[in-house]
Design a protein around this ligand. Structure first.
Ligand code: 2HG
Ligand code: ZN
Length: 469
């Protein structure tokens, strides 16, 4: 499939969009469009032809139809908190950014049926709070939850810290409303646990980054809110010990583990330097942050047992079990500041990889050796969701290092462990070439057939996930 080159939207389209949306719904001044033109890390600058801000599904549908008629490309944007440049336009000045931020309503919470229905522009934290107010838990959580929007969470199939227990976003979406490339609306906002009636088409729009359709609303699955939680930070000698600790924790409190995070000494060093936060456990090469939650009593004692055994076996060198919610939040702050502090340290090349959990120690070891040999002078900032096999293997670089060369070195090791080059951040524009290099041509060909079927003119988020043409 060859995707067509797009023309700059002519004045007629801009006028039509203005007529349909009113002044609040369309931005065309450079200064007003600036926040929508670039990602938060300022790595992927673009130039939009306009920014549309529809306030309803009907308005989204009309915008998509008007743009399709004019042959103008659309770039859906949610909270713009992504790390792969998936939500920003290219530099051509021809693409229209479609911000979902004004569609922010929570349409309902059903605490018995355990569902929450929200529009795409609802801030994730607002949805979490609505679930909490009803005594339930919306178990998608990550550092950017205060600005990420539900639509983007779905469009990127976001992961985060609770995947080890509740799975990825995909598993939490029960129903979806989408606008297709021709402007038609498909309403699949069913709140059913079981629904095997025909194709599960909503999966086409989850994790495909707005390249196949635009998510406008969703029914999300909630879970009962555990009454007790226990949070511990442990210093471990190396990743192999962290893996043994994971096995122990699974055996002892496996059904309550909500998060199992691995943090390198380098990551904690960055957090200390740039955020002034210090780990309360003795300095070791690596640390593990475990959170367990349950409504049954005895959780704290069980967690103490895990800590005791780990210390006895010398898989942990030191450890602290939070005494209060406040102390637990302090432990989490160490983990949640890593991304921000990495950015303050300087330039880095991000890798969001996954390998089988048991391969994590060998992967870290081999990637370290490959980088030391192939890119001397770099430093590794590795941390992530060990319980999911997902490591953010970020490489701090100097001015002479090439990000493509470093990607190739790290992803080469990922391939050797049959891993994935994107575990939870998506492909965006950042990993388009790497995806094509690392996925089998048959899988890429199938992806192109799906794209051609749903977006034959190539107007939805062109150049993201799949290369143009
Ligand atoms: C996290 O786990 C996020 O904190 C960001 O996925 C990871 O900064 C990163 O590379
Ligand atoms: Zn992550």
């Amino acid at each position: 499939m060859t995707l067509p080159a797009h023309q700059p939207p002519h004045d007629t389209l801009i006028q039509r969009l203005r007529d349909r949306l009113g002044p609040a719904g369309l931005l065309t001044e450079e200064a007003d469009m600036a926040p929508f033109a670039i990602d938060w890390r300022r790595l992927f600058p673009g130039r939009p032809a306009g920014v549309v801000r529809p306030a309803s599904t009907a308005e989204v549908a009309d915008v998509v139809r008007l743009c399709a008629e004019a042959g103008a490309a659309l770039v859906p944007q949610s909270g713009n908190t992504g790390l792969a440049g998936g939500a920003v336009p290219d530099a051509s000045g021809t693409q229209v950014v479609l911000s979902l931020a004004r569609m922010s309503a929570i349409r309902g919470v059903d605490p018995v049926g355990l569902t929450l229905t929200a529009e795409a522009g609802c801030i994730l934290k607002v949805a979490q709070d609505a679930a909490e107010a009803a005594g339930r838990l919306l178990p998608v959580s990550f550092a950017a939850e205060g600005s990420a929007l539900v639509g983007g969470v779905i469009a990127t199939n976001a992961g985060g810290i609770n995947v080890v227990r509740y799975g990825m976003t995909r598993g939490l979406v029960l129903g979806l409303e989408v606008v297709l490339a021709d402007g038609s609306v498909v309403d699949g906002l069913r709140a059913l646990r079981k629904d095997n009636a025909g194709y599960d088409w909503k999966q086409l729009f989850i994790g495909t980054e707005g390249t196949l359709g635009i998510v406008t609303a969703a029914v999300l699955r909630l879970v009962p809110k555990p009454r007790h939680s226990a949070t511990a930070l442990l210093a471990v000698p190396d990743p192999a010990a962290a893996l043994r600790l994971f096995t122990l924790a699974q055996e002892e409190i496996g059904d309550s583990i909500q998060a199992f995070e691995l943090i390198s000494g380098t990551s904690l060093g960055l957090v200390e330097t740039h955020a002034g936060l210090r780990s309360p456990v003795g300095q070791a090469g690596w640390s593990v942050l475990i959170e367990a939650a349950s409504s049954l009593s005895g959780l704290r004692e069980a967690m103490e047992g895990v800590l005791g055994t780990a210390l006895e076996r010398e898989d942990a060198l030191d450890g602290v079990l939070a005494e209060s919610g406040r102390q637990a939040a302090e432990l989490w702050a160490l983990r949640e500041h890593v991304t921000e502090c990495e950015a303050r340290e300087g330039k880095s090349v991000k890798h969001d990889v996954s390998v089988p959990i048991t391969a994590i120690p060998a992967f870290l070891d081999e990637a370290g050796r490959v980088l030391a040999a192939g890119a001397p002078g770099t430093r590794v900032n590795a941390f992530g969701h060990m319980g999911d096999g997902n490591i953010h293997y970020n490489v701090l670089i100097g001015p002479d290092h090439s990000s493509e060369a470093i990607n190739a070195l790290v992803h080469g090791v990922v391939d050797r462990y049959s891993g994935s080059i994107s575990a939870e951040h998506g492909i965006g524009q950042y990993r388009v070439a790497e995806l094509a290099r690392h996925r089998h041509p048959d899988e890429m060909a199938l992806a192109r057939r799906i794209k051609a079927a749903l977006d034959p003119e190539g107007l939805l988020n062109p150049g993201k996930v799949l290369a143009r043409g």
